[in-house]
Design a binder for this molecule. Structure first.
Ligand SMILES: [Fe+2]
Ligand SMILES: [Fe+2]
Length: 286
């Protein structure tokens, strides 16, 4: 089965495409010179996206005490490029739902991913790592699950069953069914989308940060954010097995074991609330 999956991953036609506007923004901001006007021009191609960005810019998580923001220029300046691009990625990834059907439980999948994104951003501020990238990495860390389901829904349902029956982690069940897991699949997808190497490493090693090479601490950060978001009950599949945080490699790498877990864990419920509000905006429900 592994060979079959790998050959489909190499066949570009079979893979979901990365949301266009998010990709355009990413490529603009990677250039030396660009203006707010350049960003605005791209965003305005999608009026629905403009409305959603304004809602996020006025949400408590991104504008807790500020005046109401009513123009997209103001929103871009207020959010800053480092937040704008991850937010647009966050608002757009929901389009990937067209590649899966209702058996996938996209609602739970994205709520978990958005929570992980918000937690990762907060932890990044605390540990002086790049916040915008942490948000994007949190959003996309499990993308391999969605892609694996989109390619092989029947087999993926089998993996879900198996993990339930035998209380396996999702990656363990996926390996049994496919001979490959969502981490490895995710790495292919991130590569195919041409996203930065940092993201690729996080996606590949978020369950085994010890194996990360160039961005070990950043990968561990997303690993911890993933563990934290499970605490809120937002986890996809059977990935919550009573986390023994202090013994998790991700925790040790990120904190050097000196940190008090309580102080980092406490705000996680607020993160989850912010994440659900974000999800509702992305879905166009509020
Ligand atoms: Fe995962
Ligand atoms: Fe996860």
């Amino acid at each position: 089965m592994r060979e079959k999956v790998l050959s489909r991953l190499c066949n570009v036609k079979d893979l979901p495409s990365f949301p266009e506007i998010a990709a355009e923004l990413m490529s603009i901001v990677s250039r030396e010179d660009f203006s707010v006007g350049d960003l605005k021009k791209i965003i305005e191609k999608d009026p629905g996206l403009v409305t959603k960005i304004l809602k996020v810019a006025n949400s408590f998580a991104f504008n807790p005490v500020g005046k109401e923001i009513t123009s997209i220029e103001r929103a871009i300046i207020q959010l800053g490029v480092n937040n704008l691009v991850p937010i647009v990625v966050g608002l757009s990834v929901i389009q990937l739902n067209k590649y899966v059907d209702e058996r996938f439980n996209a609602e739970l999948f994205w709520k978990h991913s958005y929570t992980c994104a918000h937690v990762a951003k907060r932890l990044a501020a605390r540990f002086k790592l790049p916040e915008g990238e942490a948000f994007t990495a949190g959003l996309l860390h499990d993308i391999g699950k969605l892609v694996l389901f989109s390619l092989y829904p029947v087999e993926y349902m089998k993996a879900l069953e198996l993990s339930k029956e035998r209380n396996l982690f999702s990656f363990e069940a996926e390996r049994e069914v496919f001979g490959i897991d969502h981490c490895e699949v995710g790495e292919y997808v991130i590569d195919h989308w041409g996203l930065p190497k940092l993201l690729r490493e996080v996606v590949r090693y978020h369950h085994s940060p010890n194996e990360a090479t160039n961005h070990k601490k950043f990968t561990a950060l997303v690993g911890v954010a993933d563990l934290f978001s499970r605490v809120t009950g937002l986890y996809y599949n059977r990935d919550f097995k009573g986390v023994d945080l202090l013994n998790e490699p991700a925790w040790k790498i990120l904190t050097g074991e000196e940190e008090d877990p309580e102080s980092l864990l406490l705000p996680v419920y607020t993160d989850a609330e912010d994440a659900i509000a974000f999800a509702e905006i992305a879905w166009g429900r509020i």
